[in-house]
Design a protein around this ligand. Structure first.
Ligand SMILES: Cc1cc2nc3c(=O)[nH]c(=O)nc-3n(C[C@H](O)[C@H](O)[C@H](O)COP(=O)(O)OP(=O)(O)OC[C@H]3O[C@@H](n4cnc5c(N)ncnc54)[C@H](O)[C@@H]3O)c2cc1C
Length: 418
């Protein structure tokens, strides 16, 4: 069976890794380099991950793949500190009881919040929550003030306009747990990408870079045609390892009508990478817990891990492209955020800076999206969209893409045997 994979990001490689022992695989990537969001940029004459990636102990599927590839020696687990900065004060959030130190929430609310977090983290399937929004869910279980003080800055960081975001999204975030210990690949995500590429190529799969697929179409004989404007190629199956939004843009009208996927907002992402002359502060994940401080309000300081004084300042913009003006604002906000974290900081500490950005990095999980895409969405034989596959994993992370690639593999094997 001939299978085409569109997109040489981590999802495309994970699918190819599983399928290439059984089938003839071709992977098409529009860029001249692989990796998608896990790819590298050149910074200070060194390759550096565009976005900083880490794993948690619960990321079982990707850890399994790392072990299978013999890369377990490259994965190290580090204790890190998470801190919230509120009104210029530094709150270490790494300990379970740290909640009780938060200002602006009374003791009764703190107890409700603690009970809510425990209940949510042991609750079952996120689907049960999908009839309400995150805000309603929190306000119903805690108080309005708890939402405002504790959750709103987090929701604003991700969505800005969060009023329609599903409770299931927040449930999945809480389930992920606190990242007091994170798994980092020594050498970054490139180590995993290289390991996968080596195995995929060994098994005879082709990785074709610099090839943009413009359209996909189903033939009367249930084969799939991939068009790149100049020519077309025929396959038995297609895996769209790009976002659902990009998949819909590729599909012919006939396929789009069967899939019947609703238009959803997607998040665009950007990140300033800064090399500082001095260490910022001891803490890996630093969260400025105030809505008014602007984006970014999350700063990831990699120094505690590597000692290199590299700081990531990520932002997400909902359904909005990042303009030159946005970049300027984001940089100015970064400077204020860093000053909030360390009062001695000033702009002269910034030795080098770089901005990376990508579009459609993940869907905004509204109740409508979850219901139609994960549980009901139409299916077309021979077309697989990992992003639209659900197995108790709502968030789009490297691990969830590994779980979904396994589901794709199982479905294709079933189809092949039946
Ligand atoms: C700021 C940020 C931080 C993150 N941190 C973490 C983290 O710490 N841990 C974690 O697990 N996850 C993290 N993630 C999420 C993780 O990066 C993504 O879930 C994962 O990389 C998605 O991989 P993908 O292959 O599905 O998509 P992508 O990486 O987007 O790959 C899609 C590929 O398809 C190509 N493509 C698109 N259209 C076409 C076309 N028409 N023809 C050919 N090729 C095409 C693109 O060029 C791209 O290479 C983070 C993401 C961001 C944005």
């Amino acid at each position: 069976m001939k299978i085409a994979i569109i997109g040489a990001g981590i999802s495309g490689f994970l699918c190819a890794y599983r399928l290439s022992s059984e089938f003839q695989i071709s992977i098409f990537e529009k860029e001249n380099y692989p990796g998608g969001l896990c790819s590298y940029a050149c910074f200070d004459n060194m390759p550096i991950e565009k976005y900083n990636h880490f794993f948690s102990r619960q990321d079982k599927e990707i850890i399994r793949v790392i072990n299978e590839l013999g890369l377990e020696g490259s994965l190290s687990w580090k204790k890190v500190r998470q801190a919230s900065i509120i009104d210029g004060r530094f709150f270490d959030m790494s300990r379970p009881l740290s909640l009780f130190g938060l200002p602006g929430i009374n003791i009764f609310e703190k107890m409700k919040l603690a009970a809510f977090l425990i209940k949510a983290s042991i609750a079952g399937d996120g689907f049960v929550l999908n009839q309400q929004t995150a805000r309603v869910w929190v306000e119903g279980n805690c108080t309005k003030n708890v939402f405002e003080r504790y959750f709103k800055p987090l929701m604003e960081f991700k969505f800005q306009n969060y009023n329609d975001v599903s409770a299931a999204y927040l449930w999945a975030r809480i389930k992920e747990g606190k990242q007091n210990e994170i798994g980092v690949l020594c050498g970054g995500m490139g180590v995993l990408l290289d390991g996968l590429m080596e195995k995929i190529r060994e098994k005879g799969a082709k990785i074709i870079l610099g090839k943009t697929i413009k359209r996909i179409e189903r033939t009367a004989k249930n084969k799939w045609l991939l068009h790149d404007n100049k020519s077309f190629m025929e396959f038995d199956c297609v895996l769209c390892c790009v976002s659902l939004k990009e998949t819909m843009q590729l599909c012919s009208e006939e396929v789009k009508n069967i899939l019947n996927i609703p238009d959803a907002d997607y998040l665009n992402a950007g990140s300033y990478i800064l090399k500082l002359k001095r260490p910022l502060r001891q803490g890996y994940w630093l969260f400025l817990n105030q809505s008014e401080c602007g984006l970014p309000n999350v700063i990831i300081d990699t120094s505690p891990l590597s000692g290199n004084n590299i700081v990531y300042c990520p932002v997400y913009l909902r359904a909005k492209n990042i303009t030159e003006k946005d970049r300027e604002n984001i940089f100015n906000n970064c400077m204020s955020a860093l000053k909030n974290i360390n009062r001695d900081f000033d702009q002269t500490w910034v030795e080098k800076k770089m901005f990376c950005q990508d579009t459609s990095v993940e869907p905004v999980l509204t109740n409508e999206f979850i219901e139609q895409v994960f549980s009901g969405g139409g299916r077309v034989g021979g077309l697989y969209i990992p992003e639209a596959m659900y197995e108790r994993h709502l968030l789009k992370t490297v691990n969830t893409q590994a779980v979904r690639s396994k589901l794709v593999f199982e479905r294709i094997m079933e189809r092949n045997s039946g």
